[in-house]
Design a protein around this ligand. Sequence first.
Ligand code: SAH
Length: 202
Amino acid sequence: MTLFLRPQRIDKDQVLAAMRRVQRHRFVPSDCVHLAYEDQPLPIGYGQTISQPTIVGIMTELLNLYPGDRVLEIGTGSGYQAAVLAELDIQVYSVEIVPELAVSAAKTLLTLGYTGVHVRHADGYLGWPEHAPYDAIIVTAAAPALPPPLVNQLRAGGRLVIPIGPPDGRQYLWLFKRSASGDIRSRRLGEVAFVPFTRAEE
Ligand code: SAH
């Protein structure tokens, strides 16, 4: 007989340890390398930023992950957040709307050996239905409201973290939980500052 041990939820210490393993300097432009290990967002071109490490850690922990989970990320950007998830043995499906960023992030992640991250160039408003349902979803750009297609791609019991707010107004981090019966519960958390969620031209 084999002893079945319930997998342990990824805790805060494990998130921090994963973040220490990620070479953040590989995800920032060469003129910012000296700032790569400061706790601050940095420009990555195309008007976008690599998120501040503290917020990456907070959002990762809020997802309540288990090793082996499948996570949808909207807003690949530099690929840094995806790398942190990959360090935790998460299968990452990441969607980026700026084609150049999707290409460069995919290249960086591959070079660093993060083969569990899949990057797609598309409008993340629609999610990535082919791989749904996801155990958790993380949105790393501030949307005016929760895009309905994303909720539909979350499994029962799953969590979704997203900054919500207008580009010129206050943004807050929101945590959505989908119950086993399919109800959605939401909770507003702290104020945040993310680049805006954009939409592909119709
Ligand atoms: N997670 C990233 C943070 C990137 S900033 C990192 O760790 O570096 C947010 C990213 O969201 C930007 O690259 C922006 O181009 C992207 N984005 C904005 N709207 C989007 C949309 N509708 N679909 C996919 N990506 C989007």
